[in-house]
Ligand binder design. Structure first.
Ligand code: ADP
Length: 436
């Protein structure tokens, strides 16, 4: 290419200067004709430069590249090569962006790109179905003005996006949405809203099935247990049957406890939280009552159970549920520790006006890898031992749900050989003094 550029330049020089030299020599005005040749060559060059400039200003499209520019052909061919490469890349990029946009548009989840101020930059079709944001007309509006759920507004302005927000109600057409906000780039937010209605419906069906099945099992079990109790106390029961009846009675009792725990769990799961203005639970007397009962139950004599009431505060909540928390934690401390273990139940004020129920023991403790899983349904460190002690594996699950329904938190701390400590902390707004 460069050789042909030089040739074309030489060709131009020859075309201009050869006639000038011949004419100059023939007529005897060589200098003048060379001057004329220089002027013509200059004009020609300037014309070519103007052509080059116009081409560059017109976007330097490879198809319209000017030809026969002499040495400037070198630059033109470089520019053409760069332009072709740039256009190829642009085509690839456009194809990629197109595919990406189609993919975002086809997503069943709503995807909205926002500025940190909440201004909508772009969104997909699902944003219209789930959040009522119109991709055509709502761009540059603030999301908080279009999606007016109060919990979303609080969530958005708090700026703490570690956990997703669950929204349900009329604002989202009765749907259950999980909204997650992910900061990206310098000042952009990606909002993803997922419709959980189907999963919630399946979960509700499963919950109702468990509740119905447990209800159905309860009555026949009570009858079986009644007969087994009568039978085991019968004076003429042959010796060889006594062990079998005793064992059947223990298993029936275990099943009954399981059914009761399942019913308790489905009952507390069916409502979101216990209203703050509900009755005041006199926790000090609940603690004393449960401790008294547990002390009297068989096989507990070897444990030393102490209750320490440091505040007479009550808790706004549900009496039955709080009783089940205290009872589960104290019974666990008895069930899962060796005889001779000290157990302490404390009701006291905590930090920032909160109130705490702590049940601690000096038993064998729990290995760290189990701690996070203890509140899962049916999770047991030692399933055999738990069953033997009449455990159902649902106790801590019930405790966690009840505590959360009262806007509290359950904290479990333990080390092997160092005992275990279960702390339920409730916020100050749940506290009540003198029944107020
Ligand atoms: P379970 O009916 O087996 O007691 P829970 O849900 O109440 O079921 O407890 C789950 C598991 O947590 C128990 O099986 C036991 O392994 C462990 N656990 C609970 N409380 C204690 C405790 N105080 N000390 C040691 N392990 C405990």
């Amino acid at each position: 290419m460069s050789f042909s550029a030089w040739l074309s330049e030489l060709n131009r020089v020859l075309v201009v200067f050869v006639p000038c030299v011949i004419l100059g020599l023939a007529i005897g005005y060589l200098q003048e004709f060379i001057m004329i040749g220089l002027v013509v060559y200059g004009i020609w060059t300037v014309t070519q430069m103007v052509t080059l400039k116009q081409w560059l200003e017109g976007g330097a499209r490879p198809d319209d590249a000017p030809e026969y520019l002499g040495l400037a052909d070198l630059h033109v061919s470089c520019i053409v090569d760069i332009q072709k490469e740039y256009m190829d890349r642009q085509d690839t990029l456009e194809e990629f962006v197109g595919q990406f946009n189609e993919m975002i548009a086809a997503l069943p989840d709503a995807v909205v790109v926002l500025k940190v101020s909440g201004e909508i930059q772009s969104c997909n079709r699902a944003a219209h179905d789930l959040l009522q944001i119109n991709p055509a007309s709502d761009l540059h509006s603030r999301i908080t003005q279009l999606f007016r759920d109060p919990s979303f507004n609080d969530y958005f302005y708090a700026g703490q996006y570690d956990e997703p927000l669950e929204v349900h109600g009329s604002e989202v057409g009765g749907k259950e949405l999980s909204i997650r906000i992910i900061p990206f780039g310098q000042d952009r937010l990606l909002l993803i809203a997922q419709d959980l209605s189907q999963a919630a419906r399946v979960y509700a069906m499963r919950r109702s099935f468990i509740s119905n099945a447990s209800h159905e099992l309860r009555t026949p079990l009570t009858v079986i247990l009644g007969y087994l109790e009568t039978l085991s106390e019968h004076p003429t029961l042959p010796k060889e049957c006594q062990i079998a009846v005793h064992s059947a009675r223990l298993q029936a009792q275990r099943m009954k406890q399981l059914v009761e725990d399942l019913l308790a769990l489905s009952r507390i799961e069916s409502t979101a939280s216990v209203a703050k203005e509900s009755t005041v639970v006199p926790v000090p007397s609940v603690v004393m009552e449960v401790v008294k009962e547990v002390r009297l139950s068989p096989g507990v004599a070897a444990h030393d159970i102490q209750a320490r009431i440091e505040t007479d505060a009550g808790l706004k909540g549900d009496l039955r549920e709080i009783e089940s928390v205290v009872s589960n934690l104290v019974n666990n401390a008895v069930k899962h520790t060796e005889p001779g273990t000290d157990i302490q139940v404390i009701w006291r004020l905590g930090d920032s006006g909160s109130v705490q129920l702590t049940v601690s023991d000096t038993g064998q403790g729990i290995a760290p890898e189990h701690i996070d899983r203890l509140t899962e349904r049916f999770y047991r460190v030692d399933a055999g031992r738990s069953r033997e002690k009449g455990g159902t594996g649902l106790g801590l699950s019930i405790v966690k749900h009840v505590v959360e329904r009262h806007e509290g938190q359950l904290k479990i701390s333990s080390e092997l050989g160092q005992g275990a400590c279960f702390t339920c902390s409730f916020p100050a707004k749940r506290l009540s003094f003198n029944g107020s």
